[in-house]
Design a protein around this ligand. Structure first.
Ligand code: ATP
Length: 358
């Protein structure tokens, strides 16, 4: 059994995490094997109220005993000061989760059909203030009217994320194309180094094509012909922005999953935030987190060569996509009027109707 940490998070977090755990419990029943033991961990606003920190040391210590984590969204826009660090950033950094994998795929109601690509975002460096130093912010205010920002790009992290991108492009169901997105015409050193490492990794994959784009033009191409792309690899902030744009092509953040992946640890985390405007209403779309959990089961299965986990991830994937493609049970963000719970119940119903070996 894998030990999975569970952080419910803020806003809609507890609603979608609870539903996902229910789906996994039923999945385990269906295949007749227990795969996961949950370790409840506190982070976010609830942790701040109880322990005076949004990321208590106890959570960090207990996470080290786990094989992976299901992380609910966090209201980081409310976090201020040194006792309110961003847990997501801390975890990505502490566990060296260098790749954030964000698949994007059309559903029948999407504005664009035939979209099926994955964004691989560098996850530990870049411009984000609390990610690129061990113990300091990377935004400075020498006086009250001036801000200086630093951006970190290393060869090692660039190569790591490029390797993940090529590995994914090499999978059976992919189009074998990697697109590097950068701004090396202006950010010559940082983006230049990133591009250089991607080109080096390409040498190990002669059968995979590589193209590259400037981020500004790419933001347009992605809307003009999104069906063309396969695996998109880019630096942290570009990836963050592009993946929200990409989610918009197919139906919004409610169906945008992500997996934070390192060598020895992975975190299932929906690409969206805590959506405070709909929190507590029971209408948040659980699909982004469910798909993220499916990716985590798949990662565990591959990492430990474990058939049960791979089987569970295959069944879960099939069940979620059948609900998305064939059912009218949809939350309001997708134009329906179903609740979070109804979507999960529908996924569970399909799980019981699918053959165990698919
Ligand atoms: P935060 O500050 O935590 O990032 P936010 O609302 O500014 O919260 P997101 O949570 O990423 O940013 O979401 C933006 C909008 O997308 C939300 O207001 C909501 O309308 C929609 N949204 C995001 N996630 C979901 C979801 N799981 N289900 C339904 N709608 C969602």
């Amino acid at each position: 059994m894998y030990k999975l940490g569970v952080i419910k998070g803020d806003g809609i977090g507890p609603e979608i995490v609870e539903c996902s755990l229910n789906v996994i419990r039923n999945l385990e029943k269906r295949i007749g094997t227990n795969i996961v033991e949950y370790i409840d961990l506190l982070a976010g606003l609830e942790a701040y109220e109880k322990y005076g920190s949004t990321y208590p040391e106890k959570t960090n210590v207990m996470l080290k005993e786990c094989d992976g984590l299901i992380l609910g969204p966090l209201s980081t826009h409310l976090y201020e000061g040194s006792n309110m660090p961003n847990p997501s950033a801390k975890i990505r950094k502490n566990f060296n989760l260098y790749a954030n994998i964000r698949p994007i795929r059309s559903i029948p109601s999407s504005k664009f059909q035939d979209v099926d690509f994955v964004i691989v975002r560098e996850n530990t460096e870049g411009m984000y203030a609390d990610r690129n130093m061990i113990n300091a912010p990377s935004e400075f205010m020498p006086d009250k009217d001036t801000v200086l920002s630093l951006r970190l790009v290393t060869r090692k992290a660039s190569r790591n994320v490029a390797q993940v991108a090529f590995r994914l492009a090499d999978e059976r169901n992919r189009k074998q194309l990697v697109s590097v997105v950068h701004k090396a015409n202006v950010l010559k050193k940082g983006c230049g180094l990133f591009l250089e490492e991607c080109n080096k990794v390409k040498e190990q994959y002669s059968h995979i094509s590589l193209d590259d784009y400037h981020i500004d033009a790419f933001a347009m191409y992605l809307i003009l012909h999104p069906e063309k792309y396969d695996v998109i690899v880019t630096t942290n902030m570009f990836g963050d922005i592009l993946s929200d744009e990409a989610a918009g092509l197919v139906g919004g953040l409610g169906i945008a999953p992500s997996l934070n992946e390192g060598e020895n640890f992975a975190v299932a985390q929906a690409a969206h935030g805590s959506a405070p405007s709909i929190a507590g209403k029971g209408i948040a779309n659980p699909v982004a987190l469910l798909l993220s959990v499916q990716m985590l089961l798949n990662w565990l299965g591959k990492r430990y060569n474990d058939k049960s986990s791979l089987q569970a991830s295959t069944i879960l994937d099939e069940a979620i996509w059948r609900v998305l493609e064939e059912s009218d049970i949809k939350t309001p963000d997708l134009g329906g009027n179903s609740t979070t719970e109804q979507v999960c119940d529908e996924v569970i119903k399909v799980i019981y109707n699918l053959p165990v070996y698919i």
